[in-house]
Design a protein around this ligand. Structure first.
Ligand code: PAF
Length: 283
């Protein structure tokens, strides 16, 4: 596995793979790699890509400095995991090359309007601008034919699709299903911060989604059902929403069909999100 810790070395290695006739597959991550990331790498390998895995904890997408400080980092474990997976190029770009002005603001920001207003966008001001800006830079430097994103960050995935379409990036965005622990907890780098006491409460998120998926009902009833399960689990609810999977517009009780339920909650100070398909019926 080649490791690039310099932006020009990274750009050159990806360009060399393209020149050799390979399709470059980008797997962007913030490290603390887990089985969810493995599934993105494996999807890229199944497609036959030259796999470029980036590890960069992007300060611009953290609206809360304490959350940035607490974000798990383990470069040695990430390197070992990436090598064991058979990643072709591991990229650890330095902050000084990603955002040279940091901690001052970077002059250029990519903003995707509409899709980023609600849900995570409502509770985390500036978060999606930070994600859109860093994903743009990762795409520009890497030049991938495909880029792999997990469905766990459902709103992020919708935003990236919109951005790529609007800006004309020649990259296919590949969505990969959520990977869960056997008890249902969606894998997240943040899970390592859950205490033994908080861990069972975190299951409230997947249970709320299962309760919504288990019995179709009007959107407002599913919202109420999810909120009740979350509250019973003892988590601090941020939202329990049912939306159109493409526009992320909240559903009303006059619609029916397959939609997406999304939940977010704080569990002992750790913010978790999850989502899944639901069937809504007319009221
Ligand atoms: O999903 C993530 O880990 C991050 O938001 C991403 C896409 C790597 C951008 O920093």
């Amino acid at each position: 596995m080649e490791v690039a810790t310099d932006l020009e070395a990274w750009r050159a290695a990806a360009a060399a793979a393209r020149a050799a006739g390979r399709t470059v597959g980008l797997v962007p991550t913030m490290g603390a790699l887990h089985a969810g990331h493995d599934s993105l790498v494996r999807a890229a390998q199944r497609a036959g890509d030259f796999v470029v895995l980036t590890v960069f904890v992007n300060p611009r997408q953290f609206n809360d400095p304490a959350d940035l400080r607490a974000y798990p980092r383990d470069a040695a474990a990430d390197r070992a995991r990436a090598a064991a997976l058979g990643v072709d190029l591991l990229v650890e770009p330095p902050l000084s090359q990603m955002w040279p002005a940091d901690p001052a603001p970077t002059a250029t920001t990519v903003h995707v309007a509409g899709l980023t207003d609600g849900l995570e966008g409502a509770g985390r001001p500036g978060h999606f601008d930070g994600v859109a800006s860093v994903v743009t830079k990762l795409l520009v430097v890497t030049g991938p034919g495909r880029a792999y994103f997990g469905e766990k960050d459902f709103q992020q995935l919708a935003m990236v699709r919109q951005m790529v379409a609007d800006l004309g990036f020649a990259v296919a965005i590949e969505a990969c299903p959520i990977v869960r622990e056997p008890d249902g907890l969606a894998l997240s780098s943040r899970n390592v911060r859950l205490s033994a006491a908080a861990r069972p409460r975190a299951l409230g998120l997947s249970r709320a989604l299962a309760a919504a998926a288990g019995a179709p009902a009007p959107a407002s009833a599913l919202r109420a059902r999810m909120r009740a399960v979350l509250e019973e689990s003892g988590v601090e609810v941020a939202y329990a929403e049912v939306v159109d999977p493409l526009t992320l517009r909240p559903c009303d009780d006059a619609e029916h069909g397959l939609r997406r339920a999304l939940v977010a909650a704080r569990v002992d100070g750790v913010r978790l999100i999850d989502n899944g398909p639901v069937l809504i019926t007319e009221a």
